[in-house]
Design a binder for this molecule. Sequence first.
Ligand code: FJE
Ligand code: FE
Length: 301
Amino acid sequence: MPLIENSCVLEEPRLVVRKFLARPQHEGFGAIVRRSIGRFELKYFDPFLVLDEFSVTAPAGFPDHPHRGFETVTYMLQGAMTHEDFEGHKGTICTGDLQWMTAGRGIVHSEMPAAQGIQKGLQLWINLSSKHKMIEPKYQEISSKDIAEVSKDGVKVRVIAGEALGTKSPIYTRTPTMYLDFSLKPGAHLQQPIPITWNAFVYVLEGEGMFGNAKSLPISAHHLLLLGNGDGLEAWNKSSKTLRFILVGGEPLGEPLVQWGPFVMNTQEEIDQTIGDFENFVNGFEKARYWRSEAAVSLGF
Ligand code: FJE
Ligand code: FE
């Protein structure tokens, strides 16, 4: 009998087909983001529109702005951010907490630091299919202690969306999505299944590791790796420090896309309509007319 190292054996591990280093750039009001998906060379990785690793110190932040047609997923790595929207929804997420916001037909909100020092996290924008773009806005918030964490053979995973090591996340994903936060101890090896029809990527947060091929060059923090075809991801940590990365996959929508900043629709007509709706405070933007976030008011906007 051969020794089975891992209960899961992949038939066709995915290889890394493209690699990007996300360099810091300015966004919002004095905030800094390392944008990987959504930059000029990688406008869209269906269904993913943006991946930002953000770094914000008060008074910088992301004051009042709208969204329509997609979801934003904010995962805190350090510190805390407060969110307020024009419906009166308000909350603070701290290290390890997650907010999965379905903007649908429209949200206007602010996302600002809730503590002294540097707040860090990831924000992922996931597109919605044409039939879901105009749904009612919805929030799913999970605090860190409620995110399932499973460990096996030097691999620890926090299951944000989807399933890993036999554990499922309670997050409901409109666009079928998996979002896993892996930490591999030195010497650890991972095999994680990914549905074959899905697009998937890795974003490295700390340490360094090999992805797809045990003999490839080690990849370090702030790199985005697009994975090719196959049934899963293999990764190795051959270094002496912990390797931390996220693995995200989603079912591609295969629909036309027209984006205008924070509005993401299928056609130019729908974008023109959306800009009109926002300017005229109609079709979901009614409450934007008189609303200002407390954060914006206290900054004197
Ligand atoms: C923005 C539209 C936006 N990256 N990372 C236009 F929605 C935003 C924006 C963000 C954002 C917010 C957080 Cl908490 C984290 C982010 C973009 O709010 F900055 C511009 N310019
Ligand atoms: Fe936002």
